[in-house]
Design a binder for this molecule. Structure first.
Ligand code: GDP
Length: 214
């Protein structure tokens, strides 16, 4: 949990940053189309429908900054958003795990998504989104293995926490924390969020600011 992770000052600084500019920069379909590595970046990854677009919209306070993933054409791109006065970028990675044959989809994610994760020196942290009702699935474990191999620091963010009772949220946080304890690149804090209710959003903004050291 994040109880004492951030003081009021850190939360306020993060709020102010995200109350400023937030703009879509570009969508890349290949590694040679990525923007320069001049700004710190944090990336968002997760199974399709996990609530990734909603979370990016909630963090930035923009209703439709990240297009909803069911809009055709956008889902396989790596989408970049610039925050503040060119302070950092949020990166929306392709969703994975939506086909019956998850292996092929994971492969797709592992192509551009993995290439991005491997080849991005300015990537400060990846947020791996997990639906709090479902917990970690096999495809998520595969994604974590990819992060561990690429030595990319990643943090589990539970989504849609409003769909559970507080005690159930605490349970899934504890279970998830236990599961990632031995994963080398996993960040130990698991954060429960709700884009719908705003739960955990100030803390996630503070995590981003801390990761990017802005
Ligand atoms: P994506 O495919 O990961 O980008 O997921 P979306 O952001 O498009 O969300 C998928 C579905 O989950 C949509 O129907 C959203 O309304 C719903 N959803 C997303 N976030 C939340 C949340 O915090 N609470 C609830 N109850 N539903 C959510």
């Amino acid at each position: 949990m994040t109880d004492a992770a951030f003081d009021a000052e850190a939360l306020e600084a993060a709020r102010v940053l995200f109350a400023g500019e937030a703009n879509f920069l570009m969508g890349a379909v290949a590694m040679d189309g990525l923007p320069d590595t001049d700004l710190p970046e944090v990336a968002f990854a997760g199974r399709s429908n996990v609530g990734k677009s909603s979370l990016i919209n909630a963090v930035t306070g923009r209703l439709r900054l990240a297009r909803f993933s069911n809009e055709p054409g956008r889902t396989r791109e790596v989408n970049f958003f610039v925050i503040g006065d060119n302070q950092l970028r949020l990166v929306d990675l392709p969703g994975y795990g939506f086909a019956r044959a998850s292996k092929g989809v994971v492969k797709k994610f592992q192509n551009l998504g993995r290439d991005y994760l491997r080849g991005r020196p300015n990537l400060k942290r990846a947020f791996l989104l997990i639906d709090s009702r479902h917990g970690l699935k096999e495809v998520d474990e595969e994604a974590m293995a990819a992060f561990d191999t690429a030595a990319v620091s990643y943090q589990i963010i539970l989504t849609k926490a409003d769909k559970l009772k507080p005690s159930e949220v605490a349970d899934v946080v504890a279970r998830t924390q236990a599961k990632i304890a031995k994963r080398p690149a996993a960040f130990p804090r698991v954060l429960a969020t709700s884009s719908e209710k705003g739960t955990g959003i100030p803390e996630l903004r503070a995590e981003i600011v801390q990761a990017c050291a802005v």
